[in-house]
Write a protein that binds this ligand. Structure first.
Ligand SMILES: Nc1ncnc2c1ncn2[C@@H]1O[C@H](COP(=O)(O)OP(=O)(O)OP(=O)(O)O)[C@@H](O)[C@H]1O
Length: 318
């Protein structure tokens, strides 16, 4: 369990995290989403006691992380996969961590197996690919068999098999009752992996809750209907409070009403329906809509009409 109360972090004049309060519950995977610079890494570092809050508090399993007697069994984190001495082997790195935290060496072998590092565990970390570095970071996070896992971009650099592996791993850790809090920029991945979402923009919480609830809160439930009597139906559902639009003759797109209510109204008035489909936005659409005012670094549009030699205009960061 992670609990933040009015958590704030300022760097000079820059407010990276601005009075956020949230609870990350055990037994589920909570996805942490937000544009570049939104404050995700800063929040995660404060949870792990690596950055001191300017004000507010954050606890892990009931206490500030640094106050736990065996912190690695309370929370394990992957925050910066590159933060390992490049001259050390993966096994040496994990053994050193284990020795300083009274974790048995047998656990080092276990996490090496769990993370698929067995064939490279004796090699220098400096020669690792991005994906191997991520696996080592996840192995380090798992070393203390922690009740809470905090993973910043864990699938970054992993191949599709690795991405699936992370998904299965975090799901099974949550099913064991652990708290799993992870960030990712891959919306499709998040939609498949997370149960809950916390969306942050410019240091503030934009949305929080179960994935579908967050999507519906942004896009609203919508229903598509096809009927030979679309105009009659439009008048009836509008009188019931629905927002009606008609993208083509005979087709209605309705907001503010659910499919069951539309079906009941049509039935009560003897109106035939040829299609009645609830529609939901994708997580990506909901995310874009939620964060549109909170994006700090926006790409310029690529001009599709430019000749091939100039069409590859690069997104520029402000
Ligand atoms: N040590 C620091 N000193 C000054 N400013 C910082 C520092 N760390 C972060 N910031 C600023 O705080 C804001 C939040 O940064 P943070 O790294 O937490 O965002 P993020 O959501 O993790 O972004 P990304 O998705 O790009 O990793 C940014 O504007 C960043 O430039």
């Amino acid at each position: 369990m992670i609990e933040a109360q009015e958590l704030t972090k300022r760097y000079g004049g820059k407010t990276a995290v601005d009075g956020v309060s949230f609870t990350i519950a055990p037994g589920s995977v909570t996805g942490f989403l937000g544009p570049n610079g939104a404050g995700k890494s800063t929040t995660m570092r404060m949870i792990m006691g690596l950055d001191r809050p300017t004000s507010g508090t954050v606890t892990v399993n009931g206490k500030p992380y640094a106050e736990h007697r065996s912190p690695l069994s309370e929370a394990g984190a992957l925050l910066d996969a590159k933060a390992v001495h490049p001259g050390r082997s993966a096994r040496f790195h994990l053994r050193t961590m284990a020795a300083t935290h009274h974790i048995p060496a047998s656990r080092v072998s276990e996490v090496i197996e769990m993370t698929g590092l067995a064939t490279v565990a004796g090699k220098r970390v400096g020669g690792f690919s991005l994906g191997m570095g991520q696996r080592l970071g996840i192995a380090s996070a798992l070393l203390g068999d922690p009740r809470t896992l905090i993973l910043d971009e864990p699938v970054n650099g992993l191949d599709p098999e690795g991405v699936q592996w992370v998904r299965r791993l975090v799901r099974s850790l949550a099913e064991e009752g652990r708290t799993v809090f992870l960030s990712s920029h891959l919306m499709s991945e998040m939609a498949q992996t997370a149960d809950q979402l916390l969306v942050i923009g410019r240091g503030r919480i934009l949305a929080a809750g179960p994935v579908q609830q967050v999507i519906d809160s942004v896009s609203g439930a919508a229903v598509r209907v096809r009927s030979p009597h679309a105009a009659d139906l439009a008048a009836l559902v509008a009188a019931d409070g629905a927002v009606v639009s008609s993208p083509e003759p005979g087709v209605l797109e309705l907001g503010g009403i659910d499919a069951a209510r539309v079906g009941d109204i049509a039935c009560a008035h003897g109106i035939a329906l040829h299609e009645l489909s609830p529609r939901s936005a994708s997580l990506e659409e909901a995310y874009m809509s939620l964060t549109q005012d909170a994006v700090e670094y926006r790409s310029t549009a690529t001009r599709s009409t430019a000749p091939p030699s100039t069409a590859a205009s690069k997104g520029t960061n402000r």
